[in-house]
Design a protein around this ligand. Sequence first.
Ligand SMILES: Nc1ncnc2c1ncn2[C@@H]1O[C@H](COP(=O)(O)OP(=O)(O)OP(=O)(O)O)[C@@H](O)[C@H]1O
Length: 620
Amino acid sequence: MSHVTMKTKEEAPGSMKTGTEISRQERFVYKDDDVIDKPFDWRQFLRLFGYMKPYARQMLPLVLLMMVLGTITKLAVPFLTSQAIDKAIAPKTGIPNPALLYLLTAGVIVLYIVQWVAGVYRIKYTNVIGQRVIYDLRSDLFKHIQKLSFNFFDKRPAGSVLVRVTNDINSLQDLFTNGVVNSIIDCVQLAGIIVILLALNWKLGLAVMVTVPIMFFVSTKLRKTIRVAWQEVRIKNSRINSHLNESIQGIRVTQAYTQELENMSYFDAMNMDSKKSWDKASAMNQSFGPIIEITGGIGTLILFWLGAHLIQTGNLTVGVLVAFSTYVSNFWDPINRLGQTYNQLLVAMASSERIFEYLDEEPLVRDHPGAKPLPTIRGDIAFRKVYFEYEKGRAALKGIDLDVKAGQSIALVGHTGSGKSTIINLIGRFYDITGGLITIDGQDIREVTLSSLRSQIGIVLQDTFIFSGTIRDNIRFGRLDATDKEVEEAAKAVDAHEFIMKLPDGYDTEVEERGSALSMGQRQLLSFARALLADPRILILDEATASIDTETELKIQEALKVLLKGRTSFIVAHRLSTIRHADQIVVLDHGEIKEMGTHRELTEREGIYNGLIEAQFRFL
Ligand SMILES: Nc1ncnc2c1ncn2[C@@H]1O[C@H](COP(=O)(O)OP(=O)(O)OP(=O)(O)O)[C@@H](O)[C@H]1O
């Protein structure tokens, strides 16, 4: 793996870079694969083809039957043609045999029909198998990615995850729908042609095939470079996709900073890069065609030269020569296709390696063996000497001790980066602590099942994620079996009902992903309703920092009171009104608790809290 950065111009050693150059060159960094030519990995190959297993029994026999029928009929036609020439049109006796000619012609027609029907059904069944395999792979991958822990997503841009679920899976599609079956057909056909050629006239057969090893050698060498070139195209496209995803997600910031032109020129460079690599690979690919044609031409030359000689010496009939020429022309196609399938297979192996890498990624946070479901909780939470680091050697929390009684509300305050979000991430076990113990009602949270723990914790994040769908669906996300009435009651309780009813279709108004048509305050109220509907014993809330008008602020404060009532709550608090009402305020600094107490207790001290409060007032 390597970091790939776009460079707009070559850096001269020791040259000075301007700010613009630095930002243009190093602004976007995407993690790509290197173009590597790995030895064939049989275990991975078997794992990949294991996906065909569930369908092999039902459909593979049918596919094989169609394949055999198709191949036999294809190979039989030239033979019948040779018989028609030698026995019906120009037999040794000199008397043509029209009856036999009609019979053989009818035979050829029947063979073509069988070949056509077999082809139609073979394609139909292989497509079904291929599509099912792709469906299974895609859904396995999606299911697995959903289970992966936060740390997995911390390390990867969304675009690159997206590329694996889309591009990499798609690149397997061709192999499964065409490649596999076609290559079996090609092998059978090739073997059939070789046997027939040798049986018809072994001398001529061997002479025609003399070019095969030469062609094989040349093409193997060439294909390797072609394959690497195509791999490069794939990597460049994958980088474009990552960048596209990032650009669209960040379009508002781009426009706000009027960076559109910069972005366009960066994208242009990427696009051009991709086009160039495509041109290169495609030109290389085209060079392969003439090699096959020249070899085929040499084969045909040998055939007619030696064939004519053999006919003159009475060792070959015209019919056999005609059959030979058809077989020989059918000989190069399978060889060509086999080479292509081999390339396709190697590309698929590279893709499947990337897919399996994700599938093999174990969620860091998972149920321990013997984990029991957490019974319905009261909501006592305790932190005992809790240590945590996201990256080895960089402690984010250092020995946190905290006791929270059921029903209490805790406000977490502190400078940016002091560890507030980290604490709330640990309660829901989105990361596992590196030292110490966190208990809920006296139970170590690592000893209970994740689903039983998380289902009893409600989380309202600062970035309130609204999914595409109706307002009703978005609130119901808190508890999927809630009735419409319950959804509306939750909305009423947090005072969201009024604004929802003003929307064009009320609760049935469709909102786009991220709820961009809603205001920040509205999104927040919706997420409160969602959390209220879930009715968790423990509530975690990352308060939005964005300033909202006083009226909405009051609304949110009222909604919060409803939401927090009777629940243990942790709030990353930014507003004085929220902080003041908390039962305990925990002041964090560089991952440690520096002060703890009620608002009154803390304001009486000359500590960090006082400094934070004063700073807030200074800006008012
Ligand atoms: N996903 C992550 N990977 C690595 N380090 C992280 C990650 N998230 C946070 N950190 C680091 O852990 C420390 C604590 O971060 P945390 O997000 O808990 O701070 P915070 O108090 O919530 O800050 P803010 O008020 O700015 O949200 C910081 O030094 C931060 O850089």
